[in-house]
Design a protein around this ligand. Sequence first.
Ligand SMILES: [Zn+2]
Length: 291
Amino acid sequence: MINVFSIDVEEYFHPTEVQPFTSPGQWEHYPSRVPGQIGRILDLLDAKQVKATFFVLGWVAERQPAAIRAIRAAGHEIGCHSYAHRLVYQMTPAEFREDTRRAVAAIEDACGITATAYRAPSYSITRQSLWALDILASCGFTHDSSIYPIAHDRYGIPGFGRHAQVLPTASGPILEVPVATAALWNGAVAPVGGGAYLRLLPYRYTAAGIRRINRAERQPACVYFHPWEIDCGQPRLAEGRISHLRTYGGVSGMLGKLERLLSDFRFSTLQQVHALPGSLSAPGATPALVA
Ligand SMILES: [Zn+2]
């Protein structure tokens, strides 16, 4: 079973958890950490002979094009992580369309790739912002990985399908690939595929979750993390006990855990693992499955 390995490429001042302690006006003044972090991740992936999907923030593509070109040159997939890391459910559809258009253009300018896979900042495609899928399809996206089928204080659609499925929109179908979760005996759904869980919990938590999805459910798992999650030298902007822990806890052990994950499981890119069904490539094709 081949799983999806994905990285959301953003600076340490972009996470939603950190944004209350800074502002977009200050972003230009912080030193960039992305090039060094990406270099380490590319080395790790090269050593393990794994290709991954990098969802790139347009703001970063504009300022660090060499790092994005290095990702492409190493043969990885380039996806889109929005332009300015704004939560989808806090934007109007018109604002979301403009943010997406700007991100796609910035990524094209940086590396010549037109992204067709999207991941929203903080999984912010929720029940109230499902309209975003239609806009993504109309912008040429064939894949989305922005829905977390769990209950969480900031994101998630509890009860949403836990595995990849084709969703119909007015602008055509889009293949939704949720992040890995575990269905518990009591009906609850626990998150598995997030970088924070790998960082903060023992390695066996993530490993057991992926194994269960692969073996018991015969499905691929989708995991993700952020470049700043491996960087002990990043400036620590988040304040408060909870935010500090969520953002910086376990950073020093993260690279070792990722290395172990890449040794214990097989991984590839989103579009390799979830190729678009042939029936959807045909003009006028109708979606095979509905949410
Ligand atoms: Zn993000």
